[in-house]
Design a protein around this ligand. Structure first.
Ligand SMILES: [Zn+2]
Length: 114
């Protein structure tokens, strides 16, 4: 392998590295999106489970497993996501949302007035 061949090989490796770096970024972004989607789906499942159990009058015992749907939605909101039906699941990007806050008001109102 002479000098020119070596430099050519180096250039090839350099472009291969760029492709891998860019692909790596894409995969990382995809993972982030999937994690966000997973959080949202978990909250939705929990919410529907609660709605179902509310419809069943025979179930009076509180669930033993972890968070209620309200707690899940609260943690989702604290992690920076909308929980209102206007922009559910979208990132708030640091801003407050009147719809989300209204939603929480309604939730806590329901709790107080039974
Ligand atoms: Zn919102």
């Amino acid at each position: 392998m002479n000098k020119n061949e070596l430099y050519e090989k180096l250039n090839q490796l350099e472009s291969a590295k760029d492709v891998i770096t860019s692909e790596f970024g894409n995969v990382q972004k995809l993972i982030d999106e999937l994690i966000e989607e997973n959080i949202i789906l978990k909250a939705q499942v929990k919410h529907y489970e609660e709605l179902l159990s509310q419809n069943d009058d025979s179930i009076t015992e509180p669930k033993e497993s972890g968070q209620t749907s309200v707690e899940l939605l609260q943690s989702l909101y604290e992690q920076g996501f909308h929980i209102c039906n206007v922009s559910f699941g979208e990132h708030r990007r640091g801003g407050d949302c009147l719809f989300c806050e209204k939603f929480f008001e309604q939730l806590s109102g329901d709790d107080l007035n039974g």
